[in-house]
Design a protein around this ligand. Structure first.
Ligand code: DLL
Length: 442
């Protein structure tokens, strides 16, 4: 029999009766709101504009009185405008791309890092990971939160941690086989790719020692889950999070694999109608909004994630009482996730305009051999049309490198004849995302 300690990382919170969770959330919310109001001028103005004072927030039932905060606010306040504590108390930043090139930068105190890593440790423990395991972390390390988050979680659990970062599949496989990795942490598309590569090399699922995978950061389907589980011989668990709130581990799957438990002692989840901003009852489909309860450096009140989800309070057989969220079922904005990286069309337009092109373009995305393909067709300027192929190739390379600088990933650029991209009579069709044919919720 498994012990209770092994099934939960922090059972006192993870299995807390729902009434107690609400009580804890209320107590923490009152403190967090007061802290934010006193320390962040940007929030103080937003709250004053809405006529809300910290004293008006007496518990979770008053949450709806608070103003929302959006990615645009984070961009406007970049870089230090939402920082709630002195820089000397901060030990880390992570960052994600913003909407028009300005990045979103999130700050962490040591306590913020500890709580975040505990959230990841809960996710790992829910997947059966213990200090007997060898945990291969192949999410990207650096500004992206995937590597650091699961790395920290793996340390907290006491597993032997392999800080691989992403890419170099040959080396991943060599370490996996030589060091007997039992847990794989990466994006689902990279897990599928590793699975395919192992198969191509003639390995059978039973040849590796893997038992579980912690996969997230991008949309994936149940079909992909089954393929990954079959090819790698593992159980695949979903994990959700976003940089603004800390990173991975905001919510995680348990052995039921039916939705992700939100770490409710640290975050309050709400569902709203993205158009009217009205709060919807649990069970409705709408935009997920989060309020942090313990963050010191970068607290967020009612942050609109733009992820479309459904929440459920249905009892879970794993014994956790935390509310569950579905996988994101889509977005309420135009953000795309390509190879795990968040990309906005406005960033692409900015690069085109900066490089002297009119913004007549089309983005074509697909998934081939479990890897996202990313192509951008751009109309040439009429004066460039007579250029010889070598010159055009040079211009494509230049544009590609400017895109890489802005987005962090390289699209294939195709410079086309002027007026060759079909004009639509209504809204321009800028994005053709063929991954939809695989059932991926874009
Ligand atoms: O993707 C953090 C993360 C790292 C999560 C590793 C899980 C594992 P961002 O780069 O800020 O942070 O992107 C956040 O990614 O709003 C969702 O749209 C999407 N996303 C994250 N997890 C999932 C998931 C990280 N499990 C944005 N399924 C979020 C689908 C996901 N989409």
């Amino acid at each position: 029999m498994e012990t209770k300690e092994k099934r939960y990382f922090q059972p006192e919170y993870e299995t807390m009766p729902v009434e107690n969770i609400k009580k804890l959330q209320s107590e923490k919310l009152v403190k967090q709101v007061k802290y934010v109001y006193e320390n962040v001028a940007y929030y103080r103005e937003l709250m004053d504009k809405k006529g809300v004072k910290p004293e008006d927030i007496k518990g979770v039932d008053d949450l709806h009185k608070l103003p929302f905060i959006k990615k645009d606010d984070l961009r406007e306040a970049y870089p230090y405008g939402l920082l709630a504590t002195d820089i000397k108390n901060c030990v880390r930043i992570h960052s994600t791309s913003g909407t028009t090139g300005k990045r979103v930068v999130a700050f962490y105190t040591q306590n913020d890092v500890d709580l975040w890593e505990e959230c990841c440790a809960r996710a790992l423990t829910a997947a059966g990971v213990t200090n007997d395991d060898v945990c291969q972390v192949c999410y990207g390390y650096g500004l992206f939160t995937g590597g650091a988050g699961l790395h920290g979680g793996s340390h907290k659990v006491g597993s032997l941690t392999l800080p691989m970062s992403s890419g170099n599949t040959e080396r991943q496989i060599q370490f996996m086989m030589d060091l007997n990795s039992t847990v794989l942490c990466c994006t689902p598309s990279y897990a599928a790719y590793i699975g395919e590569t192992l198969k191509e090399k003639g390995y059978k699922p039973e040849d590796n020692k893997l038992k579980a995978g912690i996969f997230g950061a991008e949309p994936w389907t149940e079909e992909m889950r089954r393929d990954i589980e079959k090819n790698l011989g593992i159980k695949a668990y979903d994990i959700y999070g976003l940089t603004e709130l800390s990173g991975p581990g905001v919510a995680f799957e348990c052995e039921e694999q039916k939705g992700m438990h939100v770490n409710e002692d640290h975050f309050i989840a709400e569902i709203i109608d993205p158009n009217t901003e009205e709060v919807l009852p649990v069970g409705s489909k709408g935009e997920l909004v989060f309020t942090s309860l313990d963050k010191e450096a970068f607290p967020l009140l009612r942050y609109r994630t733009r992820d479309i989800c459904i929440l459920s309070r249905e009892k879970c057989s794993c014994g956790r009482t935390f509310i569950r969220m579905t996988k994101p079922l889509g977005r309420s904005d135009d953000m795309m996730i390509i190879r795990g990286v968040n990309v906005f069309p406005s960033q692409i337009e900015t690069v085109l305009l900066n490089c002297g092109y009119a913004a007549n373009y089309q983005i074509i995305i697909d998934r081939v051999n479990n890897t996202d393909t990313f192509d951008i067709n751009v109309e040439m300027n009429p004066e460039d049309f007579a250029d010889i192929p070598n010159v055009i190739t040079g211009k494509e390379k230049k544009l590609q490198s400017a895109m890489k600088t802005m987005l962090g990933i390289s699209p294939k650029i195709h410079l086309l004849a002027p007026k060759s991209i079909t004009r639509s009579e209504g809204k321009a069709v800028r994005i053709i995302d063929n991954r939809k044919r695989l059932g991926i919720n874009i």
